[in-house]
Design a protein around this ligand. Structure first.
Ligand SMILES: NC(=O)c1ccc[n+]([C@@H]2O[C@H](COP(=O)([O-])OP(=O)(O)OC[C@H]3O[C@@H](n4cnc5c(N)ncnc54)[C@H](O)[C@@H]3O)[C@@H](O)[C@H]2O)c1
Length: 262
């Protein structure tokens, strides 16, 4: 047994894919991609918005990291397979998958009671099937390397779910525990992060400083109701590195104590 070292958080030699990392300037996906690169991983910045993905990949490369931009639609298996093949061709394999891409602002403007089948299908296709699709394609590449780590992005808005968006995220919680069970024997750990209100461009558009929801959450949250994307990155590094090797099937809520489970 070796004593614990901070090096256990390092990711040199690892290859990570972060979906939804290029869409908006200030996003959680961008923060994750930069954090993984700073920890030593080669990072595939994947997004439906290929131009945005390129901007983030260029930023990482300019800072001395290894990165590659890929335009991908996570709902499309051929597109996800092409992304994974490219990651392997350029960096030699895949060890880490962060299922961060989702529809949020796009599906919160109507209550569930008014959500029609087309909107339901679209929201579930991206937020739930997209993560399953990426895991199905990438698990095989991880198994080739002896294992890996998958992190799904859920939300404080799922505990309890009080919107269609929350319904998609609590479904993704179920995907997390199920994949953790199914993939554990291949050395693949599957966990999730549940951020609270995070100050991204998308988050701020949804809940600006003066919104009643922000006031409400600030008033009932033990530490603070909102924080910036970098506040999530330490937990991400724990979940994908040797430091977190005994953790699987868990959701870690990072939201100042808004969601607590006994
Ligand atoms: N910002 C918050 O307050 C908050 C809180 C809890 C959870 N989250 C979750 O964190 C994640 C990122 O949130 P964000 O605030 O950075 O939002 P964001 O809108 O900036 O990021 C979502 C990204 O997903 C991409 N995307 C959408 N559909 C796609 C598809 N089919 N294929 C590939 N990419 C696709 C978008 O282009 C975008 O870049 C999301 O899963 C969101 O649900 C955000």
């Amino acid at each position: 047994m070796a004593d614990f070292s901070n090096d256990n958080f390092r990711l040199e030699g690892k290859v990570a894919i972060v979906t939804g990392a290029g869409g908006r300037g200030n996003s959680i996906g961008r923060a994750y991609a930069v954090a993984l690169a700073n920890a030593g991983a080669a990072v595939v910045v994947a997004d439906l918005n290929g131009e945005g993905a390129q901007t983030v990949a260029d930023e990482i490369t300019a800072a001395g990291g290894k990165s590659l931009a890929v335009q991908v639609d996570i709902t499309d298996t051929a597109s996800v397979t092409a992304m994974a093949d490219k990651a392997k061709a350029v960096f030699g394999g895949i060890d880490i998958l962060v299922n961060n891409a989702a529809l949020m602002v796009e599906i919160v403007d109507k209550p569930l009671i008014q959500t029609d089948r087309a909107r339901f299908d679209k929201g579930m296709a991206v937020n739930v099937w997209g993560a399953i699709n990426c895991a199905q394609v990438v698990a095989h590449f991880m198994a080739e390397r002896g294992g890996g780590a998958i992190v799904n992005q859920v939300s404080a808005g799922a505990y309890p779910a009080q919107s269609f968006y929350g319904v998609t995220k609590i479904a993704l919680h179920g995907v997390t525990t199920t994949l953790a069970t199914e993939l554990g024997r291949q050395g693949i750990r599957v966990n999730a992060i549940g951020p609270g209100m995070t100050k991204t461009d998308a988050g701020l558009a949804l809940t600006p400083d003066d919104s009643p929801l922000v006031q409400y959450v600030e008033a009932r949250t033990p530490i603070q109701g909102r924080d910036t994307p970098d506040a999530l990155c330490g937990t991400l590094l724990l979940l994908v590195s040797e430091a977190g090797r005994w953790i699987t099937g868990q959701v870690i809520n990072i939201d100042g104590g808004w969601v607590m489970r006994g």
